[in-house]
Unconditional design. Structure first.
Length: 395
């Protein structure tokens, strides 16, 4: 797996990037991109311009919106190296995308799906739901927070049809070797379906070289887009096997031929969109994507540089325990620690909020997730504030 070396963005360029994000001038230190990202001025401007046009301008903007939808798909194609924008469907969220795959395949009783116990529920429920069809779900236990190819090898069964996993796990931050896992699946005819919401926008995803059959990712986290929009990528071969359970008017070959009700489905992944998507969100989403593409070559290195500082400094806190991997090949943008014994996590978390430091409190653990505009100074401020919040009252 080719991982960028930790490489911080030079201060001058970083200041230019930070100027895109208005919250950085308000004293807010946002290190919670694994939950939701702040919207850049570009996203805000694009969304407002569209809404103003809908309110007091042309009002009927659908022809231009359709063109922008295609432009947005081209941006997603470039971000994940898809074969074509035709392989992209815009969806409401990651769960919608994963359910299209899970519910659309032709399952037989006794077919097996391979999962692991690190997954966020969005990547669990669509597959557990298939148990009612007689599908067996094999759950790999990962006590150390790592999901390795060796564990996959040991868990494969003759009727394993699909491997589902997150590219980056939401709590431990473990980053799977998608290249190796993709090769394993391709060699055995197993579908490789990836939840990319904790990876796309933070670290490179190449669906072709990683042999990913389907990739789902909502926009609000590392892609820094609005809520209520995201994408599904799937190969042409998988599309031929995924038969959606519902259809809308935009799913057919020529949706504007309103009188022809016997049309074939669209040849592209548009068939899974059905009806009108979140158009205001799409305009903002495109603005977020173009920003990521503008800085594509330097995002991963900066994030890995910041997370390295977090790992090094947080481990120095007396009694705190690192919950994330330390190897640069096994991590992305998430660093999680367990507070020292005797510290009330909720109280410590609220102390950080009082100082306008935004992280996540997950299962009693502190999760930090910086993005490419965050600075070393913000990381240092956060580490010091964390130390202060962990000061335990005298017994």
């Amino acid at each position: 797996m080719n991982v960028a070396a930790p490489q911080l963005i030079p201060d001058g360029q970083l200041n230019q990037i930070r100027s895109i994000f208005p919250h950085t001038t308000k004293g807010i230190v946002h290190l919670n991109h694994a939950a939701v990202s702040p919207l850049s001025a570009r996203v805000l401007d694009a969304t407002i311009a569209h809404l103003q046009d809908r309110s007091s301008g042309r009002i009927e903007t659908f022809p231009e919106d359709l063109k922008q939808i295609q432009t947005t798909k081209v941006s997603i194609q470039q971000l994940i190296n898809a074969e074509s924008p035709d392989r992209i469907a815009l969806v409401g969220n990651t769960s919608d995308a994963l359910n299209i795959i899970a519910s659309g395949l032709d399952w037989k009783p006794g077919d097996r799906i391979l999962l692991n116990d690190l997954e966020f529920p969005a990547n669990i429920y669509p597959y557990f739901h298939l148990k009612s069809l007689g599908v067996e779900v094999d759950l790999i236990h990962c006590p150390d927070g790592r999901f390795t190819p060796e564990a996959v090898y040991a868990s494969l069964r003759p009727r394993t049809r699909l491997l589902a996993l997150s590219a980056v796990q939401f709590l431990s931050g473990y980053r799977s070797d998608l290249f190796v896992l993709g090769e394993i699946c391709r060699a055995r005819g197993i579908l490789f379906v990836v939840d990319g919401i904790q990876a796309v926008g933070a670290v490179p995803i190449d669906v072709q070289s990683m042999r990913i059959d389907a990739l789902a990712a909502g926009a609000p986290k590392w892609q820094m887009g609005p809520q209520g929009i995201g994408f599904l990528y799937l190969t042409d071969e998988v599309q031929a096997r995924v038969h959606q359970k519902y259809l809308g008017w935009l799913a057919v070959e020529n949706p504007f031929n309103f009188s022809d009700h016997d049309q074939p489905l669209a040849a592209s992944a548009r068939r899974y969109e059905g009806g009108t998507i979140n158009i205001p969100g799409m305009w903002g989403y495109h603005a977020a994507l173009t920003t990521l593409l503008e800085y594509k070559g330097i995002i991963e290195g900066h994030i890995l540089g910041l997370t390295q500082i977090l790992i090094d400094e947080l481990q120095k806190i007396d009694g705190a325990r690192l919950f994330s991997p330390t190897s640069v090949n096994e991590r992305a943008g998430i660093v999680t620690i367990v507070p020292p014994h005797g510290v009330d996590p909720q109280v410590a978390f609220e102390m950080l909020l009082d100082r306008k430091i935004i992280i996540s409190l997950r299962e009693g653990k502190f999760r930090y997730s910086p993005h490419f505009y965050n600075s070393v100074e913000e990381i240092a401020f956060t580490v010091e504030a964390t130390k202060e919040s962990f000061v335990r009252p005298a017994s």
